[in-house]
Design a protein around this ligand. Structure first.
Ligand SMILES: Cc1cc2nc3c(=O)[nH]c(=O)nc-3n(C[C@H](O)[C@H](O)[C@H](O)COP(=O)(O)OP(=O)(O)OC[C@H]3O[C@@H](n4cnc5c(N)ncnc54)[C@H](O)[C@@H]3O)c2cc1C
Length: 380
């Protein structure tokens, strides 16, 4: 892609080089093994913490690297450019922002340095077997009992579920109060009685990522486990933080589109049919011209979103547009690219096939794209 992002600086280029080297040394060689075991090695988190890429946009006073949203985007882009979908850094960074923006000072001091170093891995558990899009229907409860909250219920499809040490659990602290009775509970999982991780789920793609079921059976949690210290604020906290999650889904999506385009250009230059490289055929050039055009439009759009995030003016509607439009586009363009690989595009040993499978969930998680359209339509 020939576009220079307006947020790019020489300092960020240097950071990108360092992240690129890290990803190629510590992630790419292990991708096949992690797919088989369905999770990354725990040590990756500590290495990435040492490198300073876990919480790149969290202030140094909380152990982060003190960069901007652009720094964190550089990390996400490098992971996507390397075809990584195993390392659950996106979810980890999302949780860090819940803590930074919604946590009490004590919660920030307690958890953010550990998330930055990789000493703790984070997850966020909203979805339940009976409640995904309609989060008001969650049935997990955290009810006060003397000097503790008692957590009961179950969650499903939780990214980082197997390795997480800290889980933000969406639970009802006042079940009769509807949305006003929802709180976000900070659950430490180490030696936690009554907490159980179910199986790592078999997925269509993103096979190296530990997506799990979680079970809470009378888990006792200290009274200071409510994010922000005040019960009933869970829904408002989710609404405030979801734009970050949705924007980074867009960031990863655009980087994947760029990778698919480059892989397809390379392949069609090499592969010959009817005595000429595929790229010499008009259809191939036209398809690639279309993909490049749409990739460029997506890049310009996401760059604008990144700048808006950096300047603190990103809103829910724009973030929802980025999430839905880019993830739809990602699936459509990877499909077009795959077609140009012929039968090889259907073979998992070819990255384009893997990308096709990995991309599909982008339209579902972070809020299904239909929910994004609901949100956008409310602004009409
Ligand atoms: C790989 C993976 C990782 C995930 N990681 C996490 C995680 O870390 N934490 C977490 O909490 N969750 C996670 N999820 C769950 C994800 O966020 C949910 O799957 C998603 O929100 C949809 O919920 P659901 O699956 O219950 O679908 P449902 O709510 O049952 O919806 C099914 C479909 O119905 C349609 N639909 C629903 N509501 C509406 C509406 N109002 N209008 C129009 N159409 C509608 C949509 O097409 C939707 O896709 C993950 C899921 C996957 C697959």
């Amino acid at each position: 892609m020939n576009i220079i992002s307006p947020w790019m600086t020489p300092e960020l280029e240097g950071f990108r080089d360092a992240v690129h080297r890290f990803v190629n040394a510590e992630i790419v060689p292990h991708q096949d093994a992690w797919k088989k075991q369905q999770h990354v090695d725990r040590g990756l988190w500590n290495k990435a913490g040492e490198m300073g890429m876990l919480l790149a946009d969290i202030p140094e006073s909380y152990g982060g690297s003190g960069g901007t949203f652009a720094h964190q985007c550089v990390v996400f882009e490098e992971l996507s450019h390397a075809g990584d979908t195993a390392f659950g850094l996106h979810v980890h960074a999302i949780v860090a922002h819940y803590l930074l923006n919604q946590g009490t000072e004590a919660q920030k001091q307690k958890y953010l340095p550990k998330l930055a170093s990789g000493e703790m891995v984070a997850a966020i558990a909203m979805t339940e077997p009976g409640a995904g899009s309609d989060l008001k229907g969650v049935r997990t409860t955290a009810l006060k009992d003397g000097d503790a909250y008692v957590l009961n219920g179950s969650k499903t499809f939780i990214s980082n579920g197997n390795l997480a040490d800290l889980i933000v659990v969406v639970a009802k602290t006042e079940p009769e109060a509807g949305a006003k009775g929802v709180s976000l509970m900070l659950l430490e999982t180490r030696n936690c009685e009554g907490f159980r991780v179910g199986r790592i789920l078999e997925k269509l793609g993103q096979k190296g990522q530990d997506t799990c079921e979680l079970f809470f059976d009378n888990v006792r949690m200290p009274l200071d486990s409510v994010l922000g210290g005040v019960e009933g604020k869970g829904f408002a906290q989710l609404m405030n933080e979801l734009p970050y999650e949705r924007t980074i889904i867009g960031v990863a999506g655009v980087a994947s589109i760029e990778r698919a385009l480059q892989l397809t250009i390379d392949y069609t230059r090499e592969r010959k049919a009817f005595g000429q490289p595929l790229i010499e055929m008009q259809n191939t050039r036209f398809v690639l011209a279309e993909v490049k055009t749409e990739a460029t439009v997506a890049r310009i759009f996401i760059d604008r979103c990144i700048v808006d995030m950096m300047e603190g003016r990103m809103d829910t509607v724009l973030a929802s547009m980025a999430k839905y439009w880019i993830s739809d586009l990602q699936c459509a363009l990877i499909d077009k690219c795959l077609q140009l690989f012929g039968g090889y595009g259907y073979m998992l040993e070819y990255p384009i096939a893997q990308m096709y499978a990995d991309a599909r969930v982008q339209r579902i998680y972070g809020g299904a794209n239909e929910i994004m359209k609901e949100i956008i339509s409310r602004s009409l």
